[in-house]
Design a protein around this ligand. Structure first.
Ligand SMILES: NC(=O)c1ccc[n+]([C@@H]2O[C@H](COP(=O)([O-])OP(=O)(O)OC[C@H]3O[C@@H](n4cnc5c(N)ncnc54)[C@H](OP(=O)(O)O)[C@@H]3O)[C@@H](O)[C@H]2O)c1
Length: 283
């Protein structure tokens, strides 16, 4: 017989994560851990929502009394577009990953950039220590670039498809775009290198970059978290550079949503990290 404290009551607050597909999402595990840890009367569920049903489904969840939802691929732009109210971070990123349903309104935030900065601080890195080189111009890159810029950091961007980087620079003035081939040469001036491409992910080729061009104090972050130590991070660690893996972002980005829906500001610690990691490691 499970502990009655683990069974949601009729008054439980309910949230979830909307994606298509959603089966790979670790968010239920993260929020489920916190719900248990803090003994909260609540539930957090995966929501497989087809893109053509997204608006209908989200309005339905709000009408059904959900407190809010996380939004993952491919819905972050659609979520941004349906919100009544947007945070400055969501506006800068042009995407929303955290929705709060309250008083008949849908409010959208983007916590990826905030979560990334928190993951740097957790490793003792000051995000505003100096210029940053960002690789990749996808959805996550936009949120991370905007947060770094917000902290006064000069961001240089290299993307395989240059036009995509230039489109991002139009939305984020001050962003410096270089050719993909220039990424190693640009390393010397950077306090931080961030990989936001899919390179290094399980099943993908490794990112090729010459870390000999980096200074001894350049920190190297990779937002890919499967595997946790990407070839890029292994190479950086072998050179004695400070590294930041993608799990920190995954965990920290979840905090603002949980606080808004369940009323407790949750902590990211080793126990949570191990719990989520157990699900990422091959059996
Ligand atoms: N840690 C976390 O919580 C977290 C959060 C979000 C995302 N992620 C991870 O971050 C990665 C990117 O996610 P996203 O949503 O931003 O993806 P996305 O929007 O699909 O963008 C993918 C990026 O990777 C680049 N790319 C793909 N294949 C490449 C190749 N062979 N050579 C060079 N560049 C290549 C793309 O360049 P083009 O523009 O040229 O196609 C694009 O810039 C994924 O691995 C995802 O799992 C982690």
């Amino acid at each position: 017989m499970p502990s009655p404290s683990l069974i949601p009551s009729g008054k439980a607050r309910v949230a979830g994560v909307a994606g298509w597909p959603v089966a790979h999402s670790r968010s239920p595990r993260i929020h489920g851990f916190w719900l248990r840890r803090y003994g909260i009367d609540g539930a957090y569920v995966p929501l497989a929502i087809r893109p053509d049903q997204f608006d209908l489904a989200v309005r339905g969840l709000a009408a059904a009394g959900f407190s809010g939802i996380n939004v993952t691929v491919p819905h972050k732009r659609a979520a941004f577009e349906l919100c009544d109210v947007l945070s400055p971070a969501a506006r800068r990123a042009g995407a929303a990953n955290t929705l709060v349903f309250q008083d008949g309104q849908i409010s959208g935030d983007n916590t990826d950039g905030w979560g990334f900065l928190a993951s740097l601080r957790e490793r003792g890195i000051d995000p505003a220590a100096g210029p940053a080189l960002l690789l990749g111009a996808g959805g996550s890159s936009r949120a991370i670039a905007a947060s770094l810029q917000e902290g006064g950091v000069t961001v240089t961007l290299a993307n395989r498809t240059r036009e995509r980087a230039e489109a991002m620079a139009r939305d984020l003035p001050g962003l410096r775009v270089i050719d993909w081939e220039q990424r190693s040469a640009a390393l010397g001036d950077q306090a931080l290198l961030v990989n936001t491409t899919t390179l290094g992910m399980a099943g993908q080729p490794a990112l090729s970059i010459d870390l000999d061009r980096a200074g001894p104090r350049t920190a190297v972050a990779d937002i890919v978290y499967v595997p946790l130590e990407t070839p890029l991070l292994a190479q950086a660690r072998a050179r004695g550079l400070t590294t930041v893996d993608g799990l920190g972002l995954l965990l920290h980005q979840a905090r603002p949503g949980f606080a808004a829906w369940f009323g407790v500001a949750p902590e990211v610690d080793a126990a949570l990290r191990d719990f989520v990691l157990a699900d990422l490691l091959p059996a």
